[in-house]
Design a binder for this molecule. Structure first.
Ligand SMILES: Nc1ncnc2c1ncn2[C@@H]1O[C@H](COP(=O)(O)OP(=O)(O)OP(=O)(O)O)[C@@H](O)[C@H]1O
Ligand SMILES: [Mg+2]
Length: 271
């Protein structure tokens, strides 16, 4: 567990009654979640439940059907908010597929957002920043010349992380950073996520199915189910959950557990 002082009243990302409908499909029904400055919040939940959709609202790629998204006390989810560039600068995102531009080498991938947001930077300055970011993710400078097609899945995720931190973001969003990686490579990524929090003091939101990773990196874990956040708690609170849906998810059972001490299976008190 990361050891950064976190003030529970200092909220960096706030979701208030977030609702999202695509066509007739109501993916998010009523999602409220406060993410504190400097903490690592892990979001868990079944496939297709809307976890990536939540991250895309945080970075302003999607507009909510209802409710509000605020970053550092600025509501970004209203039509009156135009300053998406400033918000994007604050936030780095590691996309689910570790998406890199295949036609650019690693260094160019990392430099891409730098060039876009800071046209005043010289080529020498850009190369210095690229080198510094590669160092932060424990890759040698020569790595800048490699093409994405030459990289393993784990390396691609690391480069995607280097790209996400190019603009010194205050927030890093990670969409399934360890999915598809072997346990040892996954753990390298876990350590990098912890490192980013410690060295850069970022606020992190990590979507994952990987409970070993969640337990290692999280300050708190939130579980999305049926369009609601049904529990938010520390690692110990989640491990000792009495919510049958959370228990089912973290133990990987197909049937709902039953028995004494198990709460009635209504996640939200609604619906
Ligand atoms: N832009 C979009 N247009 C229409 N439907 C969408 C869009 N984005 C997501 N959806 C739908 O919203 C639902 C939730 O998708 P999302 O990708 O957030 O799931 P997820 O929890 O991230 O799943 P996984 O764990 O498999 O990545 C899916 O049914 C998906 O088809
Ligand atoms: Mg997803």
């Amino acid at each position: 567990m990361p050891n950064v002082a976190i003030n529970p009243d200092d909220v960096m990302i706030q979701l208030k009654h977030l609702r999202k409908i695509f066509g007739t499909q109501e993916v998010l029904r009523d999602v409220s979640l406060d993410i504190r400055r400097g903490e690592t919040m892990v979001i868990i939940g079944g496939s297709g439940g809307g976890k990536s959709v939540i991250l895309k609202h945080m970075i302003g790629l999607l507009q909510p059907t209802g409710g509000e998204v605020s970053i550092d006390n600025i509501t970004i989810s209203t039509s009156k908010f135009f300053d998406t560039r400033t918000i994007r600068k604050k936030m780095g995102m590691v996309f689910q597929m570790g998406a890199l531009f295949d036609s650019m080498n690693t260094g160019e991938n990392i430099a891409f957002a730098l060039r876009e947001h800071n046209p005043q930077l010289s080529e020498v300055q850009i190369q210095m920043i690229v080198k510094e970011k590669l160092e932060l993710i424990n890759l040698r400078p020569e790595f800048a010349q490699k093409m994405p097609s030459e990289l393993s899945g784990g390396m691609r995720k690391r480069v995607a992380l280097a790209r996400a931190i190019a603009l010194n973001p205050e927030v890093i969003l990670y969409d399934e950073p360890t999915t598809g990686l072997d346990p040892i490579t996954s753990d390298v990524i876990n350590d990098l996520i912890i490192d980013m929090q410690r060295k850069l003091h970022v606020t992190s939101v990590v979507v994952t199915h990987d409970m070993a990773s969640a337990y290692k990196i999280a300050d708190r874990i939130a579980m999305l189910f049926n369009g609601y956040i049904i529990q938010v708690g520390t690692v110990d609170e989640i491990k000792n959950t009495t919510n049958p849906y959370v228990l089912q998810f973290i133990t990987g059972q197909r049937e709902l557990p039953t028995g004494p001490g198990i709460d009635a299976p209504n996640p939200s008190g609604r619906d």
